[in-house]
Ligand binder design. Structure first.
Ligand code: TRP
Length: 344
């Protein structure tokens, strides 16, 4: 069994334990605010966060703004992306009175943990991280110091609040592994301060983009949660299909048609095969109409709630979240300095 399969195999027991004792867990998870949140985020992580919050697990959500500049020269419209993400969180049901939403840049003590943590890992370990390697390749650039070390930064994101449960997608599993290593090594050297967090992987398979490739803002193949119904219809209308009339689910040979089927299936909570069978000989036009209607209906409430909120609401949530996160980070940093004998 590879380590991903081993992690998946542990999920049922972990879910059971969370349900029995939500008070034993503290969730830390988050996003890199590079653009608008899309359907992939919703089914991959946002829905899970709301469930955990509603089950009574204390939840922290980081908008990792310093992580934006790991592989680019400018932070772009990071402010717009952060505010937009908060609006999507609120519309999806994250409750700012129980869930703490914050950014890297507003919590200096979190970032300071990076200094002792960097001493706990070797250069070879940093270079071995498979996600860093593929992000480096995708960026087409030289490796920045921040890209090489961001998994350690992410360990600080998780450990500053002693998070012990980290809902993430498959590509972030190496970072949770690194966080466990850092926590263990810190505790061995300086005394027990940090938990060794567990990854919580969602069952939803990765939702492809509308062209069948990985869903990504940079490919322009994603349905953003904040799009209007017309923008959604437009994006689906432009999605590539093929010349075969009868609709079948075949991701390898028919990526376009299959991506539409996968999208409709996830919002309708049905299987893509079932929908393919139903559309059958009615063709790609009918499949697009069905998908557009399904997505727009699914997102209607979310969009209505989002439209009722303003940037000022998002800013207020962040002000409070940043303040809360800062006070937790200061406490942890004090503990770290004390454990290391650095009190003067
Ligand atoms: N790297 C995560 C992503 O791909 C975002 C992130 C930053 C994160 N810090 C985190 C996720 C801490 C979980 C825990 O979007």
């Amino acid at each position: 069994m590879d380590s991903y399969a081993a992690t998946l195999a542990r999920m049922p027991d972990l879910r059971e334990a969370i349900e029995q004792h939500p008070e034993r867990y503290r969730v830390l998870t988050g996003e890199r605010p590079t653009g608008r949140l899309h359907l992939g985020h919703y089914f991959g992580t946002i829905r899970e966060r709301v469930r955990l919050q509603d089950a009574g697990v204390e939840t922290f959500v980081i908008l990792a703004d310093y992580q934006v500049i790991t592989d680019r020269d400018s932070a772009g419209d990071v402010r717009g992306a952060v505010h937009g993400a908060v609006l999507d969180y609120l519309a999806a049901g994250l409750d700012p009175t129980s869930t703490t939403t914050f950014t890297h840049s507003a919590v200096p003590a979190l970032n300071q943990l990076l200094v002792p943590f960097l001493s706990l890992v070797s250069e070879a370990e940093l270079h071995r991280n498979p996600t860093v390697k593929s992000e480096l390749a995708a960026s087409g650039r030289t490796l920045s110091g921040l890209l090489l070390t961001y998994p350690v930064h992410q360990a600080a994101d998780i450990l500053f609040c002693k998070g012990n449960l980290v809902p993430v997608g498959k590509d972030n599993l190496p970072h949770v592994e690194m966080t466990r290593t850092i926590a263990r090594r810190f505790n061995e050297r300086y005394g027990s301060v940090f938990p060794e967090p567990a990854a919580l992987v969602t069952e939803t398979p990765e939702l492809p983009g509308l062209d069948g490739r990985k869903m990504s803002k940079s490919y322009g193949n994603a349905i953003a949660l904040g799009m209007s119904a017309d923008e959604t219809a437009d994006a689906i209308r432009r999605a590539p299909t093929d010349s075969e009339r009868v609709i079948t689910y075949d991701p390898t040979n028919r990526p376009g048609v299959s991506a539409l089927l996968a999208t409709a299936a996830v919002v309708l909570d049905r299987t893509p095969e079932e929908i393919a069978h139903e559309v059958g000989g009615a063709g790609a036009g009918a499949l697009k109409r069905l998908t557009t209607e399904a997505v727009n209906e699914f997102l209607a409430d979310h969009r209505a709630r989002r439209a009722g909120l303003s940037v000022a609401d998002a800013a207020a949530v962040l002000r409070e979240g940043n303040e809360r996160a800062l006070s937790v980070a200061n406490e942890t940093l004090d503990e770290v300095r004390t454990a290391m004998g650095m009190t003067y």
